[in-house]
Design a protein around this ligand. Sequence first.
Ligand SMILES: O=C([C@H](O)CO)[C@H](O)[C@H](O)COP(=O)(O)O
Length: 213
Amino acid sequence: MKLQLALDLVNIPEAIKVVREVEEYIDVVEIGTPVVINEGLRAVMEVKQAFPNLTVLADLKIMDAGAYEVMKASEAGADIITVLGATDDSTIKGAVEEAKKHGSKILVDMINVKDLAKRAYEIDELGVDYICVHTGYDLQAAGENPFEQLQTIKRIVRRAKTAVAGGIKLDTLPEVVNAQPDLVIVGGGITGQNDKKAVAAKMKELINQKTLA
Ligand SMILES: O=C([C@H](O)CO)[C@H](O)[C@H](O)COP(=O)(O)O
């Protein structure tokens, strides 16, 4: 089980500063959608250059032009690129084929997919690397979380790795790790804390306890 730090509400220098603080406790650093909107793929390039040993995920949430956008993100240095599960199979297939050419991986974000079990089964057949349940900011604000959806994909998905994102905090992490996803994605649960390093260390410890058990 790995820990991904999601960076959403920062510019490039702030992103690099946060990663330096928690580097030893994270496996993947996500350049979040708002950062890509503000800074472009330059953010992916600069963070990868600063941390060549970390896996960098570009959260593009691709909905169309799968192959082209995966090509551009891979060229910028992204190791993992996100595509939306709600899009057409042809976009996902194009993304997967292009990622293979670059040695990058595809994470499909199931945000707002209505029939999660059916779509997760279909997408698992397309050869993607990760299937991720995700409660976005707007539904988090309405009190929702992705924990039940995580149980659903754990039952359905056979080939891809599983991931979970959306409002995960230190106090809800035990419930998440009990479900044994391959990747736990945390944004505000680390970046919103005063002592980011201590929280990231504790999260990594909880994840390791479950992974090594
Ligand atoms: O993908 C995300 C969101 O849609 C904004 O781009 C976040 O990175 C993801 O939700 C994780 O962040 P937290 O919910 O703050 O843990």
